[in-house]
Design a protein around this ligand. Structure first.
Ligand code: SF4
Ligand code: SF4
Ligand code: SF4
Length: 272
């Protein structure tokens, strides 16, 4: 049976414990035949990236942990000579630290940038799935064990089926078929604040209708006059804001390549 990682982005607090734990486990520790020591600087086999969406004051931030995807169709295996990269029976992909010496092409082969070059050892290096721990009775890799929120999960792929269902993988177009699955990566949002410029008051309960390609979303402004349409796919959207007694406000062709903060939106009262 194959192992898999599941990373729930909604549960990630951005504490970087996983990144630090991986460093602690592998930097200057020789786990041959799984891996030679990771250098103290320049390599992050577990790497947390932060992502800021929107503009002030409608800003959201999320964090994503990255590691080797232990791909079913691993470009690094294909690029290696002499079987220097191999897949274990449990699905974990390992760079053999003896056979891979001098094989810099392995670094370039990975579509995820998960392989680092150790100049001093002339060696490509990456996440080992902490196979040295798993083979000695440990249930979890260090990064997963260090995660305080349960954002990182690891186990038999079949046992994680409920979490994998509906999850996504990074760069599916690469055809790598990763064994690292991601849940709840936020999509784009469209947001704004609706107010009455004469009263200088926000408008609560304004009906906001969003349309794109025949699909429709509806939200109402909250007690701050704010509305949010969350987790939108990239596309073109038309928005109308309707409040009884006010002129309808229209926004056409809003593009969600990035999140859209429409800012403060004045609504004019209809003529009596
Ligand atoms: S993520 Fe990169 S290094 Fe890891 S298995 Fe896939 S191709 Fe190989
Ligand atoms: S599984 Fe081990 S080697 Fe891989 S990122 Fe986690 S701690 Fe680092
Ligand atoms: S340890 Fe868990 S919560 Fe902290 S950054 Fe890593 S995945 Fe996120």
């Amino acid at each position: 049976m194959a192992k898999a990682f599941v990373i729930d982005v909604a549960k990630c607090s951005g504490c970087y414990n996983c990144q630090l734990a991986c460093k602690d486990e592998h930097a200057e520790n020789d786990w041959t035949p799984y891996a030679k020591p990771q250098p103290l600087t320049g390599q992050f086999w577990c790497r947390v990236t932060d992502h800021t969406q929107g503009t002030i004051p409608k800003v959201r931030i999320h964090y994503i942990a990255h590691l080797c995807n232990h791909c079913r169709n691993a470009a690094c295996i294909n690029a290696a000579k002499n079987g220097a990269v191999y897949r274990r029976d449990d699905g974990i992909v390992i760079i053999d630290p003896e056979k891979a010496v001098g094989q810099k092409q392995i670094v370039d082969s990975c579509p995820y940038g998960a392989v680092y070059w150790n100049e001093a050892l002339s060696l490509p290096q990456k996440c080992t799935g902490c196979a040295h721990l798993l083979d000695h009775g440990h249930k979890l890799p260090r990064c997963v064990d260090a995660c305080p929120t349960g954002a990182l999960m690891f186990g038999e792929e079949d046992d994680l089926a409920d979490y994998i269902e509906g999850a996504t993988v990074l760069q599916p177009e690469s055809g790598s078929f990763p064994r690292v699955y991601y849940r709840n990566i936020p999509g784009q949002f469209i947001a704004g604040t609706v107010y009455d410029p004469k009263e200088k008051e926000v408008i609560i309960g304004a009906r906001c209708l969003l349309n794109s390609g025949g699909k429709r979303w509806e939200v109402y402004t909250d007690e701050y006059g704010d509305f949010w349409f969350n987790d939108l796919p990239v596309g073109l959207y038309d928005l109308s804001i309707q409040v009884p007694g006010y002129e309808i406000k229209l926004f056409e062709n809003l593009r969600t390549r990035e999140c859209v903060n429409l800012g403060d939106i004045p609504l004019e009262r209809k003529e009596e």
